[in-house]
Design a protein around this ligand. Structure first.
Ligand SMILES: [Fe+2]
Ligand SMILES: [Fe+2]
Length: 337
């Protein structure tokens, strides 16, 4: 570790990939908890000072040792920083070390959950921002698997995950939120581990087709025109095409991606459905998807309180969505409040 003065260090609590700039350089936060002791780090790690300057702390190739960890803990440093060019290296490191990291029996449930949440947020942010490929999809599913393993071993709970949902809408944070709501619902409904895995993977990938749509439409800070809506309506179909091209063979996951905007009364849109029933797993993701879209803040609308979002869904979508699942989600959210 480089000799740095642990004075005026910004301990920073921001876990999401919000970039911070100094001069013409951008930095992205990395939760210190994801650093595995006695392992080499494959990317330069910087520390941020309260005057917003950054100093190189650990150079790529060096080991993160227990002294480094101790110093960070003593100085209450929760986040270090990387430059965006090394984001891919960070994700590779993360997917290599996550399971091992979580084997530490001294981790509290809260820290475990934050580590997992940061890992999946970083991963899905990359998926939506830098392009989709087989390796990134594989890494995403691996993190989802670790999350489900931790849940089934009771090392984390859906209640602690629900506390971490983000209230600002970005496609990546929306995907993570939908996945958390869907997993919580599926668990509450007593689905089998196989179905739970389908729900979790389908939810995290449900809007992957949006990566093929013009970002200007996706991030437009106003309601979409009819023409823009028509383009957006293609995203379930595009999502199925992307995943198929990358070798996805799980039909149940593809159904969620292709059919999450179809409604039980026959309305909605998506991939060709051939009179197909909407699967239970898809119905779960649809409820979670609508709830998150309503309850998060967009550039053109404020977040709607949970109660109002549920009321809107009950009144406006009574015969369009599975109301039994909606009622379960209301109970779950009530419990986590
Ligand atoms: Fe969608
Ligand atoms: Fe969605």
């Amino acid at each position: 570790m480089y000799q740095v003065l642990f004075l005026d260090i910004l301990t920073g609590k921001s876990g999401n990939y919000i970039s911070f700039s100094e001069g013409n350089m951008d930095y992205l936060p990395v939760n210190c908890d994801i650093l595995l002791v006695n392992q080499p780090i494959d990317f330069d790690l910087y520390i941020r000072y309260s005057n917003d300057s950054y100093t190189l702390l650990i150079k790529a190739g060096n080991i993160f040792n227990s002294t480094s960890q101790q110093q960070l803990l003593e100085n209450d440093v929760s986040y270090l920083y990387i430059i965006p060019e090394t984001k891919e290296k960070l994700l590779e490191y993360q997917s290599k070390t996550l399971s091992q990291l979580l084997q530490n029996p001294n981790l509290t449930e809260k820290r475990r959950t934050v580590i997992l949440h940061d890992a999946i947020i970083n991963q899905v942010n990359y998926l939506f921002d830098e392009g989709v490929n087989k390796a990134v999809i594989y890494q995403t599913k691996e993190i989802v698997k670790v999350m489900l393993d931790q849940l089934s071993a009771n090392l984390i709970s859906t209640q602690s995950l629900l506390k971490l949902v983000s209230h600002n809408y970005y496609t990546y944070s929306h995907s993570v939120n939908v996945s958390i709501y869907s997993i919580a619902l599926a668990q509450e409904l007593g689905l089998t581990p196989e179905s739970l895995s389908v729900v979790a993977n389908g939810a995290i990938l449900h809007d992957i087709g949006k990566t093929k749509i013009d970002p200007k439409i996706i991030t437009k800070p106003a309601r979409l025109t009819n023409e823009e809506m028509r383009i957006m309506y293609d995203h379930p179909k595009l999502g199925v095409e992307i995943l198929r091209a990358l070798g996805e063979t799980d039909i149940a996951v593809l159904k969620i991606v292709g059919m999450h905007h179809y409604k039980l009364d026959g309305s909605g849109y998506g991939a060709d459905r051939d009179e197909e029933e909407i699967s239970i797993e898809t119905q779960i993701v649809t409820v979670a998807d609508i709830f998150d879209a309503l309850s998060t803040k967009r550039t053109y609308k404020e977040a709607i309180p949970y109660f109002t979002a549920f009321k809107t869904m009950k009144v406006m979508m009574n015969n369009q969505i599975n109301t039994q699942f909606l009622n379960k989600l209301i109970v779950l959210m009530g419990r986590s409040a």
